[in-house]
Every structure is written in C-alpha cells, then in structure tokens.
Design a binder for this molecule. Structure first.
Ligand code: ADP
Ligand code: MG
Length: 260
C-alpha cells in the first residue's frame, strides 16, 4: 500500500456565514496526481487553501504524515508543501530568477542570499520548466504560459513533497496547457512529486491524473480513478447539463451535448 501523505477528516469551513466545505474527508497518498474537479463555486480553491494551511478549517483534523497541522513546525511545513495560487499578481518588478529563488525561502537563514546549492537547485528547476532562457527577464513582462512555468519552477525549487495547484492551466491556450501538464506529469513520475490540482478541463484531467475528486456544493461526490469518477449520470447531475462520454486511447472523454 502506498503511504498516506496527507489526511483531512471531517473538514468544515465557512466564509462568514456561508458554509463552503461540509464535513469533507480525503486521504492523499504519496505520488498521487489528483485532479480536483467540480463546477465553479463547489469549493476547490477553498479545499486547496485548507490543505496548504492558508486557511484554517472550522472543524475537523488535517494531518501531514501523521502529524496534525497545528503541531507541525511552520518552516518544515513550508519546505514540504507548496501552493500555487490561481493568480499571481506581482506588484514589485522581480526578475524570473528571483521568483524562483523565493522558492528556497523556507531553507534560507535570515539575511542569506542563497548558497551555491540553492543556485544549483533553482537552475535545475528552471531547466526542467524551460524557464532558464528568460531567467533575467522581469516576471511582469513574460506571457501567461511562461509565468505559470516560472511559478512551477519556484514551487519545484522549494523541493516539496506535495504541490497544490489551483487551475494552473485555465488561462492558457491548448499547447501551453499540455506543456504545463507534461511538466507536472514529469515531476510526478520522475521526482515522486504528489500533486493536487484544481482544474476545469475534464478531458485533460482524465488523461493526466491517476485520480479525480469530484466536488459539488462543498462535498466530495466521487473519488477514484477517472473511469470511476467520470460517469454520465453523476456528471449530468453535478454540472446540470446533458453529457456524452466516449473512450479515446483508453481514457474517458466528456462531451457536453449541445441542443439547439
Ligand atoms: P471553486 O474554486 O470551486 O470555484 P471556491 O472555493 O472559490 O470554489 O468557492 C466556494 C464558495 O465560497 C463559493 O460560493 C464562493 O462564492 C465562496 N467564496 C470563495 N471565496 C470567498 C471569500 N473570500 N469570501 C466569501 N465567500 C467566498
Ligand atoms: Mg477556484
């Protein structure tokens, strides 16, 4: 059995009065590549933030490698789990290489600028994500697909065991979507990286992820292999549209039925 990396038990969360996550439980195994799917507003971003320790659940227990989050050393947690938000507005004009070096932050001592090892690690992260060639450019002056690769490089430099990504491909054209997913697949396969990724494209999720978690109104309605989760009845119910399924190269493909 693969070891459990993170477990959330009976998590509930509200923003002010509206309850967004309802008694939700999930267990993340080492080297899972999880696609977190579900309609807008179903709670994907909120769940990702709770797993990443950015938001605190109102009730329930979250454990990382068997230790409750409340008892984990913050620096150790920052070395182990990285969170890539959906938007990354940069107010200050940082260079790409500086943003990737920020991934080393949980390892640096105060006032240190990074050792040779830190530079080697960031260079490797930039090479893997094909961002080294624009290391000296300003983050604000590169394209959306390039920005997303830089954020992955920064997360990779952090050398985490778990990467949480919030819709890493949503703003990108098809070519860059596939490029990002190929990088994530590479990290999953070759670096044993565990990934939890919110995303909307069910067909890409079906092809790249080994496991899908379908959220609806703050609860998990399905959790398992793409074959188990991508079923016509449940998708029609959750998304509120008619759906056809097909199989391509062994993967389930989801097609909305357009009625005129
Ligand atoms: P998803 O990522 O699946 O679209 P979210 O987790 O962003 O869903 O949102 C779940 C619900 O919580 C939505 O109804 C949304 O309007 C609400 N919500 C999200 N962020 C906030 C916030 N900062 N304050 C109040 N309500 C919020
Ligand atoms: Mg979201």
């Amino acid at each position: 059995m693969t070891p459990e990396l993170m477990a959330a038990e009976n998590i509930s969360f509200s923003y002010e009065t509206s309850r967004v996550l309802k008694d939700l439980s999930v267990s993340i195994q080492k080297q899972d590549f999880i696609g977190l799917i579900g309609p807008n507003g179903s709670g994907k971003s909120t769940l990702i933030k709770i797993l990443g320790g950015i938001l605190k659940a109102d009730s329930g227990l979250i454990q990382f490698k068997g230790t409750p989050l409340s008892k984990i050393n913050k620096k150790l947690f920052a070395q182990s789990v990285s969170w890539i938000p959906q938007d990354h507005p940069m107010v200050f004009p940082f260079k790409v290489s500086e943003i990737v070096m920020m991934g080393r932050h949980p390892y640096l001592s105060p006032l240190s600028f990074g050792s040779e090892e830190d530079f080697d690690i960031t260079r490797c992260a930039m090479e893997t994500t094909m961002t080294y060639q624009f290391a000296d450019r300003y983050f604000n002056e590169i394209s959306g697909g390039e920005k997303q690769r830089v954020m992955i490089a920064s997360a990779m430099a952090q050398n985490p065991e778990l990467m949480l990504l919030d819709e890493p491909t949503s703003a990108l054209d098809l070519k860059y979507q596939v490029q990002i997913l190929n990088i994530l697949k590479y990290l999953n396969t070759n670096h044993n990286m565990t990934l939890v990724m919110a995303m909307h494209d069910l067909n890409l999720a079906s092809q790249f992820c080994n496991r899908l978690i379908l959220l609806s109104e703050g609860g998990i309605v399905r959790d398992g292999t793409p074959e188990k989760v991508l079923e016509k009845d449940i998708l029609e119910q959750v998304y509120g549209i008619d759906i056809d399924l097909s199989i391509r190269d062994g993967h389930i493909m989801v097609h909305p039925v357009i009625r005129n």
